[in-house]
Design a protein around this ligand. Structure first.
Ligand SMILES: C[S@@+](CC[C@H](N)C(=O)[O-])C[C@H]1O[C@@H](n2cnc3c(N)ncnc32)[C@H](O)[C@@H]1O
Length: 141
């Protein structure tokens, strides 16, 4: 991503090794002023503040289907008013396809793109309008 396209990025991963790798890459790319990383479990992390974008990069298929829905709903409370969730996932297996179908049922799909001979999906999501309205009315955490 063009460095001018964003102000700040916070990356979370449960693996120390993944975090170390991301920090190394960020240093090489001279982005240490914008990119910050924390070791943590997506299922229990509590974001600080509200975000324009919350991205789940190839991570949702590590969780049980039921946890995916709960997790995306929980994180959607940390979006700014017009903020979006982005889910990137391989859809080569029945399980990940079923997870993506459930997400599409539970959220408004703003954009959807397929890559790599349709083996990877990137979906841009917003909570359904009713839930968005509730957040605007002050239900933010
Ligand atoms: C396929 S890699 C994707 C890495 C990176 N997010 C990306 O988009 O390039 C999947 C990552 O999910 C992380 N992961 C799995 N379960 C997790 C959890 N409960 N909380 C945080 N990260 C988790 C793994 O440690 C691994 O680094």
């Amino acid at each position: 991503m063009n460095t001018a396209a964003y102000d700040a990025y916070i990356g979370v991963d449960i693996s120390d090794v993944a975090i170390e790798k991301a920090i190394r890459r960020t240093t090489e790319n001279h982005r240490t002023d914008k990119n910050h990383y924390f070791q943590g479990d997506i299922l229990s992390c509590v974001p600080k503040g509200l975000y324009d974008v919350i991205l789940f990069g190839d991570s949702i298929y590590y969780f049980r289907s039921q946890r995916v829905a709960e997790t995306l709903t929980r994180y959607s409370k940390y979006l700014k008013q017009d903020g979006v969730l982005i889910v990137r996932s391989w859809v080569t297996h029945h399980r990940s396809r079923a997870i993506v179908r459930n997400i599409e049922r539970d959220f408004d799909v703003v954009e959807k793109h397929l890559y790599h001979e349709s083996q990877i999906v990137v979906i841009v999501l917003q909570p359904p309008a009713g839930r968005r309205a509730a957040l605007v009315e002050g239900a933010h955490p």
